[in-house]
Ligand binder design. Structure first.
Ligand SMILES: [Fe+2]
Ligand SMILES: [Fe+2]
Length: 456
């Protein structure tokens, strides 16, 4: 009897497996399909769009104090969609004062190598006319298919600006990066924005990896605006991820007339803080776009009235990895950063942590100065880890550690904290600014042993 039961059980399993293998995994809006390759744990509900908006994300605009950009995805049958916004109220009465904002729509059909083809409509809108410090609710969708109402608070940059900075997420994004972005949100839920320094995913065009990235951040992406600079893993053969410009709505205010640098090289201006994204891959690969970015960054920092400047790009100016060195980048850009006394540079790529205060003079790779200069940081938020060198440019370093950084600017003071995935403070300093003087650094490194051993 027992043997017979086992026989029929095996038959059922074999028939089910054959049916699953034959299934058209690209079928959309039908029954729920659960496609779970053992190697990745990927499910198709992260892959295919439906009538209901998904992958909802806010981006910073040119004017982040009064507006925010929102982006979402649906299946291609959704033609007209919109965002709705209202001032937040204690109860549901905000529903009486809703403002509609028509969305733009772009289509993308893409089939990455060895992956199924995905077709999607990407929608975007700028929600403008917002007041600093005020709370709003917004939703996105069309007809009967809407997101939930998300509550957002506009920044008050005259008081302070806080942001979270992440190095590479890149691999195991759903399973192992998710806890880092979620821990960062738990640490500072009223943060003004999140900044990603490239290599958000591993293979630039894999839609399922983007699905994992959106899943990992889930509603955080819809409540806290993001800015992101592309890494080498957002490119292949100097071609940008086809999803990048469709799924994000980043400022197009970089070097004029260069389409290749749109939404990868740009600036965001708060009254007292300029954030600049440089396209590291185009610096590395193209002399033309390297020169264009160098001249552009020089021009926008000339006579800039803001006290604080933070620049992000993917490749480190000073590496944390033994025997890595980005000479072209340093030769072309460090003199510009020195000239304009850039305050902090936020980078990724090396899959370890390093933070140093490097003198504002071109005196070689390892010159460190404790009194003034630009702070350079390399960090990593995902589980892929490389060894860290003992190069003396670093005041604090780590291997084998997933981190997020919280940076807060309040008047003349920039406060910085690097936290591990568990939320423990690992590195900290303050930068103090006073007129016509270099920044003063106050190191506040916690009394925790440096994690420099790479565990395999
Ligand atoms: Fe990376
Ligand atoms: Fe990289």
């Amino acid at each position: 009897m027992k043997r017979k039961t086992t026989y029929w059980a095996l038959c059922i399993i074999a028939i089910s497996m054959a049916a699953l293998t034959a299934y058209d995994f690209n079928k959309q809006n039908s029954e729920v399909v659960v496609y779970t390759p053992a190697s990745t744990g990927i499910t198709t509900n992260l892959l295919y769009p439906t009538l209901v908006p998904d992958r909802i994300i806010l981006n910073l605009t040119n004017d982040p104090t009064h507006s925010v950009a929102v982006n979402w995805r649906t299946d291609t049958t959704v033609i007209q969609s919109k965002a709705q916004v209202a001032a937040a109220t204690h109860g549901p009465e905000f529903l009486k004062n809703i403002r509609d904002i028509k969305a733009n729509r772009e289509l993308l059909t893409h089939k990455p190598e060895n992956d199924p083809e995905v077709s999607a409509a990407y929608h975007s809108a700028i929600i403008d006319g917002l007041e600093p410090g005020a709370k709003y609710v917004y939703r996105v969708g069309s007809e009967d298919y809407w997101s939930e109402w998300f509550q957002i608070t506009m920044p008050e940059p005259e008081k302070k600006i806080s942001f979270v900075y992440f190095g590479d997420a890149q691999t195991n994004v759903k399973s192992m990066w998710s806890r880092v972005i979620r821990q960062s949100y738990a640490a500072i839920p009223d943060v003004d924005f999140m900044l990603h320094a490239g290599d958000l995913i591993n293979r630039h065009d894999r839609d399922i990896e983007w699905g994992e990235w959106f899943h990992a951040g889930s509603f955080i992406h819809a409540m806290v605006p993001s800015v992101m600079t592309p890494g080498n893993h957002e490119y292949k053969d100097v071609v940008l991820s086809p999803q990048w410009k469709k799924q994000f709505n980043l400022p197009s205010n970089g070097p004029k007339g260069i389409e290749e640098l749109e939404e990868t090289c740009y600036q965001v201006n708060y009254p007292n803080l300029k954030i600049i994204s440089l396209d590291g891959e185009q610096i590395d690969e193209s002399e033309e776009f390297r020169n264009a970015q160098r001249d552009w960054v020089d021009s926008i920092l000339t006579h800039d009235p803001r006290q604080w400047t933070a620049i992000t790009f993917h490749y480190p100016m000073f590496s944390t990895k033994p025997n890595r060195d980005n000479v072209k980048l340093r030769e072309e850009f460090k003199p510009i950063f020195d000239k304009h006394k850039v305050d902090i540079v936020l980078q990724g790529h090396d899959h370890a942590y390093g933070r140093g205060f490097v003198k504002n003079e071109v005196e070689g790779v390892n010159v460190k100065d404790q009194i003034y200069g630009t702070v350079y940081v390399v960090s990593v938020s995902g589980p892929k880890q490389y060894e860290v060198s003992d190069d003396p440019w670093m005041d604090r370093r780590a291997a084998n550690t997933q981190l997020f950084q919280i940076i807060t600017i309040e008047g003349e003071k920039l406060s910085y904290g690097a936290y591990t995935a568990t939320g423990e403070l690992y590195d900290a300093f303050d930068l103090l600014k006073s007129a016509n003087k270099p920044n003063k650094m106050i190191n506040e490194i916690p009394d925790i042993k440096e994690r420099t051993e790479l565990k395999k």
